[in-house]
Design a binder for this molecule. Structure first.
Ligand code: G3P
Ligand code: MG
Length: 244
């Protein structure tokens, strides 16, 4: 039986500031198979790794990410109030890929295009991924399914997944019809009876977010689903206990 995979949500974000290089380094140390990260486009057309459209929650800056240049963004503290991480910065996607490449981990790049659809973000991301030689280790996801359509149009070999929060009718058939390889449902969705089995039976990759509690991790991994978690250390322990 194939081993289920553990993806560190915004890095090992229970232990280090989300979407920063220390959080991604820790994910590798803790034994995650991959990381999940969020990408926005800066004012000068660079790819920045941060979750929100605005800077206010996770940095000491204010305003929209897309109204700043990458240099301006990297002058900010992205420590998100976590002790010991005052030097954490907003990384460029290139810096993250550079750090992750030697680890062999997968990278789930979430294109943050559902509130602001940054022109050219798909092209730039794909170009960078290919330049870094990581095309076979990247999974593209987005809540904006047209963004995924665009990824597929630009790079038909790219591994893709539909991310969704509210439940979508026949999502597994919809994904398969569009040539999309995976489903990324929210945890509350698969807690409703029937959905997880339907998703797994479809043969598509199923990666559930965000799974942070031991019992949920155990149930999902036992069923054969991959997990996206803030706590890869816990997920690795649970997976090990299932193998015993
Ligand atoms: O990709 C899974 C998860 O990250 C989606 O939601 O808001 O944490 O980016 P969010
Ligand atoms: Mg995300």
């Amino acid at each position: 039986m194939k081993q289920v995979k553990i993806f560190a949500h915004r890095g090992a974000s229970r232990y280090a500031p989300e979407n920063t290089l220390p959080a991604f380094a820790l994910a590798a140390e803790q034994g995650a198979d991959g990381i999940e990260l969020d990408v926005h486009l800066t004012r000068d057309g660079r790819l920045a790794v941060i979750h929100d459209e605005t800077l206010d929650r996770t940095t000491d800056g204010t305003g929209r990410v897309g109204e700043h240049t990458l240099t301006e963004l990297q002058a900010l503290c992205a420590g998100n109030g976590m002790p010991g991480f005052a030097s954490a910065r907003i990384p460029a996607l290139e810096e993250v890929l550079d750090q992750v490449r030697p680890t062999g981990m997968f990278v789930n790049i979430e294109l943050k295009t559902s509130i602001l659809w940054y022109p050219g973000i798909e092209e730039k991301t794909i170009e960078l991924v290919h330049k870094m030689g990581m095309a076979d280790r990247v999974i593209y996801s987005s809540f904006n399914h047209y963004s995924i359509e665009r990824v597929r149009g630009l790079d038909p070999q790219a591994e893709t997944a539909y991310l969704y929060s509210d439940i979508i009718c026949d999502v597994e058939r919809y994904a398969a019809a569009h040539g999309v390889n995976g489903l990324h449902p929210g945890l509350w969705n698969i807690k409703m009876p029937g959905f997880l089995k339907t998703y797994l039976d479809s043969g598509l990759a199923v990666r559930v977010w965000t799974v942070n509690e031991e019992e949920d991790l155990r149930r999902l991994m036992q069923a054969g689903a991959d997990v996206i978690t803030n706590d890869p250390a816990l997920a690795v322990r649970v997976r090990r206990s299932l193998a015993d």
